[in-house]
Design a protein around this ligand. Structure first.
Ligand code: TXD
Length: 316
């Protein structure tokens, strides 16, 4: 049995890819094609997930494959192919290794799923999203990356945990590059509509913001053999749902900027409305001078990575 349209293709059936596929299926969002270069692995995971369907009670289908032909017709392609971080590695250390993989994967997406929208997950995230747009040549609204939803969810959880409330009561937003210079926007953090500054001392709030920046590394240090995947998969799944169902919800994502936030011609983490066209529009929110300065610093770091990946592309 094949998949039914509209379906999502997930490239890379590793930790994030397989868990994303599981969440999409079990939440009943769409059918899934799961692709990996390792023979038998995506087929095995797909079969295992189908065997869970009678218990989970959904009627979605998943097909595992090593053939790019099978992604033809996908509405959204989620790219998780690549190496994860090991303890001590920064996201930037992955740049040259993952650039090769993204170039290969995106060349195939261009060929076999030319009308799809791409959600990039592979690190270093902002740079790989730039590379994916370049290799496919797709319009920029159809290529975007997942990072802000995850970083924001981490911060919401840390605040909720500190206050003993449910995470849904906490609103927060983390912008900028998905790296050590990401910017938790404290002026937009709210607990039940109120600033948490009365309930959490400033020093502690800064510690929570730093823990958010280090959130990925904290998990890498604990797991030792890979990086986070449950919360990343939830984050991708939310973006997939919003786009597939044309929900027009504003989420923090890695989007192409044409002057917003004073930045031009680069991918960067900002709030954007997502819908059937992918990025419907970038949303500019008011920031304090300090937050603006932090965003500029984060953008400079992302630009360095973009220049580096462009140099690699020219050299090869
Ligand atoms: O916030 C975020 N954006 C992130 C990013 C959150 C978590 C993980 N993040 C990054 O996603 C991470 O740093 C990695 O770069 C990717 C994938 O992480 P994952 O934990 O899923 O890595 P795995 O388990 O090693 O899976 C990667 C899979 C693996 O099965 C490989 O066989 C496959 O990618 N792979 C390929 N698939 C297709 N085509 C090619 N060329 C290929 N090379 C490897």
């Amino acid at each position: 049995m094949g998949v039914r349209k509209p379906f999502v293709a997930v490239i890379g059936a590793g930790q994030v890819g397989a868990t994303t596929a599981q969440r999409i299926l079990e939440k009943g969002i769409s059918d899934v094609v799961l692709f990996d270069v390792v023979e038998g692995m995506p087929q095995g995971k797909a079969l295992d997930l189908m065997e869970a369907a009678p218990i989970e009670g959904h009627d979605r289908r998943i097909v595992g494959t090593n053939r790019y032909e099978d992604i033809a017709g996908a509405e959204i392609v989620v790219v998780t192919a690549g190496l994860p971080r090991k303890p001590g590695m920064t996201r930037e250390d992955l740049l040259a290794l993952n650039a090769k993989i993204i170039t290969d994967v995106c060349g195939n997406i261009k060929k076999f799923a030319p009308d799809s929208k791409l959600i990039i997950v592979t690190n270093p995230l902002d740079v790989m999203t730039h590379l994916a747009a370049k290799v496919t040549g797709f319009s920029k609204n159809r290529v975007f990356g997942m990072a802000g939803v995850l970083d924001t969810a981490r911060m919401r959880y840390f605040i909720a945990d500190r206050l003993g409330c449910v995470p849904q009561e906490v609103k927060a937003i983390v912008l900028g590059g998905h790296g050590d210079l990401m910017v938790p926007v404290s002026s937009h953090t709210l607990v039940n509509g109120k600033s948490p500054s009365g309930a959490i001392p400033t020093e502690e709030l800064s510690k929570i913001e730093q823990r958010t920046r280090d959130g990925g590394a904290e998990i890498v240090a604990l797991l030792k053999t890979g990086s986070a995947f449950y919360a990343p998969a939830s984050s991708v799944c939310e973006m997939v749902r919003v786009v597939l169902r044309d929900e027009k919800q504003v989420l923090p994502v890695c989007a192409f900027l044409s002057g917003e936030y004073g930045l031009k011609n680069m991918y960067f983490g900002v709030p954007a409305e997502l819908g059937k066209n992918g990025i419907e529009r970038v949303v500019e929110i008011p920031l304090t001078d300090e937050e603006k300065k932090a965003l500029t610093q984060s953008a400079a770091k992302v630009k360095q990575g973009i220049e580096e990946v462009d140099r690699i592309a020219i050299a090869s």
